[in-house]
Design a protein around this ligand. Structure first.
Ligand code: ATR
Length: 274
């Protein structure tokens, strides 16, 4: 922990609830490791307008924005990065000399976690789900030249996202009816306490597939366990979470994010929560 002084810079996460957020542990560990005089605190907020005004009033250096404010916050900022604009959601705010700029690092985080293991260009990526996380991931991957396919339980919601992205849609029941090189689960299926739930039939998992889950509690979901047994390359949800945080850290500090330190801090926090 940094030595708090009058010059200590404040960073924050705004959301509701934020009680289980792993971001404070992750960012404070990164600040401490890089010797940055800053602290990161979680604020459970009722009103996004007041939170944004507070950022200006208190010169908060930057903020993570989480559920339920990722969309609402956009109209309150001075500038929105083009990728965040396309996604339609902001998860990061940078305070640049009083001007608040919104970014979306969720999609970048997913993309980076995947590109560590696989080339995305011209690969078929099936995204399970059509909620906010699916949107960010789909836009991020499409930017990298992947052929995105949206696969969702409810047809209306899935089709809407697919149409917006100009990509194909399949209902979840038809998941094994099209080729898929990379599978990304953006649904909450398999998250604690429902750790035995798996969103797809195991029979669709084959050895050349890369399977990423954005669920990180548990770290190895039933989907990842099954994928590993079937010889797939697996990527856990912590990778995306740490990368989205690393991009935030770099936007705020212009200093390289210490990935291992951040990952270990979250792992430690997850163990404590058990
Ligand atoms: P987020 O914004 O965090 O992505 P969300 O908006 O609640 O969360 O979206 C959750 C996604 O997970 C949806 O696509 C949802 O499918 P529906 O559109 O059919 O509701 C999907 N999902 C949640 N539980 C699921 C389940 N048990 N099986 C299949 N899909 C599920």
């Amino acid at each position: 922990m940094t030595q708090i002084s009058p010059s200590t810079k404040l960073f924050a996460v705004f959301g509701n609830p934020v009680g289980h957020s792993m971001s404070p542990q992750m960012h404070n560990a990164a600040f401490a490791y890089q010797g940055i005089d800053a602290v990161y605190l979680a604020f459970a907020v009722d009103d996004a307008v007041k939170a944004i005004l507070a950022m200006k009033a208190l010169s908060i250096g930057g903020a993570s924005v989480t559920i339920p404010f990722k969309e609402e916050v956009m109209e309150l900022l001075d500038e929105i990065d083009p990728l965040a604009q396309r996604i339609g959601a902001v998860n990061t705010v940078l305070n640049r000399n009083g001007r608040l700029i919104g970014y979306n690092t969720d999609g970048m985080g997913a993309t980076q976690a995947l590109t560590d293991k696989v080339i995305l260009q011209n690969r078929s990526v099936c995204i399970l789900g059509a909620g906010g996380a699916a949107r960010s991931v789909a836009y991020g991957l499409r930017e990298k030249g992947a052929h995105v396919i949206i696969c969702n339980r409810s047809v209306d919601r899935g089709k809407k996202l697919a149409d917006e992205l100009s990509v194909s849609f399949y209902p979840l029941s038809a998941i094994d009816s099209f080729p898929c090189d990379i599978l990304v689960n953006t649904t909450s299926v398999g998250m604690l306490p429902n750790v035995l739930d798996i969103p797809v039939p195991e029979s669709m998992l084959h050895p050349n597939m890369v399977v990423m889950d954005i669920v990180y509690n548990p770290l190895k979901t039933a989907l990842l366990k099954a994928a590993e047994i079937r010889g797939c390359t697996i990527i856990d949800g912590l990778s995306m979470f740490v990368y989205q945080g690393a991009f935030q850290f770099e936007l705020w500090t212009q200093i390289q994010a210490p990935l291992e330190v951040m990952r270990n801090a979250v792992l430690q926090a997850l163990t404590k929560h058990k």
